[in-house]
Design a protein around this ligand. Structure first.
Ligand code: SF4
Length: 537
């Protein structure tokens, strides 16, 4: 694995006076070469692993787990555009069954994430994935992360352009490339050609979004510097038109600007968004054009997804060719190995052996003939992966939480499932008359792995004194964000002052949505309702 792209190793920017710990570990190394150490540690065992190497394991998507599960790793399997064949899915199902206690999570970057992985098994897992055309290289770390895109690219009759070939090329040339193996921090790319822009260009370091000029010519505009975390920034448009043939070159130079000028002193201040905030768009564009050696054409005012766009792709969607894509809702993003094996079988029996994960932690079966649609719907519902389900189930995202994540303060997975079940019971007729799917994001800490700032309801686990017991002991509480959204009039959610006891969060949300149902004005969306009550976000 490590021998690909092992050319240039870049030294950190000389102008940075003091480097953070991870920078010191990376200095003078190609982090991707840690694979050789992983192979060695698989023989010598967990206790022999050097601390500095563990940090570099992330370049292959490997993280240590929470203190309760010491000795085990989380493993992220990157899937550009969420794209999967049934053979690949069966391989992942088999790895899940043999090495990950039978459970896998779908992530918001269209990956699969496994837990309970032991170092002894990682080389075998890497080889099995490689044999079916998948790679762990660049699944995480300070490098180009999994390139995300619309799960219906190439299938959606309303798309401006099929972006799958560009995703493949960007992934092949830029992700897992040692030239970008030592960036100041992670670099996230989203490529969108669909009208719903479900790949969230606004919150990626680079969002390439298809645009059509007045003369009909199609290309891309670039959004840069988006990212959430504890200091969220929505991306800014560079104001350029990029012909499809130049998109990889432009992306490559943008990453190189970040590599050469990004901040390496403080990891909390290292993402591209901070450099862009200091430079401004004009200076960034000037640097980009200098590196390209030519001026980019000014772009047309780009299309932006409507605020009420359905971005989850759950349900049946007519494809360009008359067949159907069937989006299936996971429950809290978790699936079992048995479900994955069964999905691979269904994809072969009824489709073209082709599936895609979505950016909202769901899974799409592609190329279903119209006459088989009802049969497949019934089969997937029986599997526990329904295509027709409540707003709550399809719109809920949940991060790993304290079951496995060492950063977590709160449990999220079980609470998320309990919340969906309670909402389905208490609000059985909650309608989509607000014109938009309701999104709920459960986070176990402020790191925003499920994008709480841009969800209708964002929940962030922390330790604190609950609002209804301000003089008591600190305990597990949730902070609340309301009314966040992307697309037109994008806004970050209102951060409420209340801190809700973790044990009371379910009742709080049920009550909140009952009030919304009772009080909202005709056609009012959840965000509008929140803004009316709390002021504009
Ligand atoms: Fe872990 Fe926090 Fe991310 Fe949840 S949001 S997976 S707790 S880092």
């Amino acid at each position: 694995m490590a021998e690909e792209n092992s050319a240039a190793v870049l030294t950190p920017t000389p102008s940075e006076p003091k480097l953070n710990r991870v920078e010191r570990i990376k200095k003078g190394k190609d982090p991707f070469e840690v694979w050789e150490a992983i192979e060695r540690y698989a023989v010598t065992g967990f206790d022999s692993i050097e601390k500095d190497d563990i940090d570099l394991f992330k370049w292959y998507g490997i993280y240590t787990q929470s203190s309760d599960t010491t000795g085990y790793f989380m493993l992220r399997i990157k899937l550009p555009n969420g794209d999967l064949t049934s053979t690949q899915l069966r391989t992942i199902a088999s790895i899940t069954q043999r090495f990950a206690q039978g459970l896998a999570d779908v992530t918001d970057r269209q990956n699969f994430q496994l837990h309970w992985i032991q170092i002894e098994n990682i080389p075998t897992i890497g080889r099995e994935l490689e044999a079916v055309g998948l790679s762990l290289k660049g699944s995480s770390g300070d490098t180009v992360r999994n390139v995300i895109g619309c799960p219906l690219s190439g299938y959606d009759p309303t798309e401006i352009i099929d972006t799958w070939p560009l995703v493949e090329e960007v992934n092949r040339r830029l992700a897992g490339n040692s030239e970008f193996g030592n960036l100041p921090r992670k670099f996230k790319i989203s490529i969108s050609g669909c009208v719903e822009q479900c790949a969230h260009p606004e919150i990626n370091d680079l969002g390439l979004v298809a645009v059509r000029k007045a003369n009909g010519e199609v290309g891309f505009e670039a959004w840069v510097g988006g990212g959430l975390g504890s200091q969220p920034h929505l991306g800014q448009r560079l104001g350029v038109f990029i012909p499809p043939s130049a998109a990889v070159e432009v992306a490559s130079h943008i990453i190189a600007i970040f590599r050469d000028h990004g901040y390496r002193k403080n990891r909390a201040h290292a993402r591209l968004k901070f450099l862009l905030a200091d430079w401004g768009v004009a200076k960034f564009r000037e640097e980009l054009e200098q590196r390209l050696g030519y001026h980019l054409e000014d772009g047309p005012a780009g299309y932006q997804a409507p605020a009420n766009a359905y971005r989850d792709h759950v349900g049946a969607y007519l494809q360009k060719d008359g067949r159907y894509a069937l989006g299936l809702a996971t429950l809290g993003s978790r699936v079992t190995a048995d479900q994955l094996f069964a999905l691979a079988d269904l994809a072969e029996r009824y489709g073209s052996s082709h599936l895609r994960n979505t950016t909202l932690q769901n899974i799409v079966l592609l190329d279903i003939a119209a006459e088989s649609l009802e049969e497949v719907k019934a089969a997937t519902a029986a599997l526990g992966l329904p295509s027709e389900t409540s707003s709550f189930r399809r719109g809920l995202m949940s991060c790993t939480g304290n079951q496995f994540c060492k950063q977590a303060v709160s449990e999220t997975k079980i609470r998320a499932v309990n919340l969906v079940e309670a909402l389905e019971l208490e609000l059985p007729n909650f309608s989509r008359s607000a014109g938009r799917q309701l999104s709920i994001a459960f986070n176990g800490c402020p790191n925003s792995c499920t994008r709480y700032q841009v969800a209708d309801i964002g929940l962030v686990g922390s330790l604190g004194r609950p609002t209804n017991n301000p003089s008591g002991e600190k305990e597990e509480v949730f902070q609340i964000y309301l009314g966040g959204k992307l697309g037109q009039d994008a806004q970050l959610g209102h951060h409420l002052k209340q801190r809700i006891r973790a044990t009371e969060i379910k009742d709080y949300i049920v009550n909140l949505l009952q009030r919304f149902e009772a009080e909202r004005e005709e056609g009012e969306s959840f965000t509008q309702y929140v803004n009316r009550n709390l002021g504009e976000g």
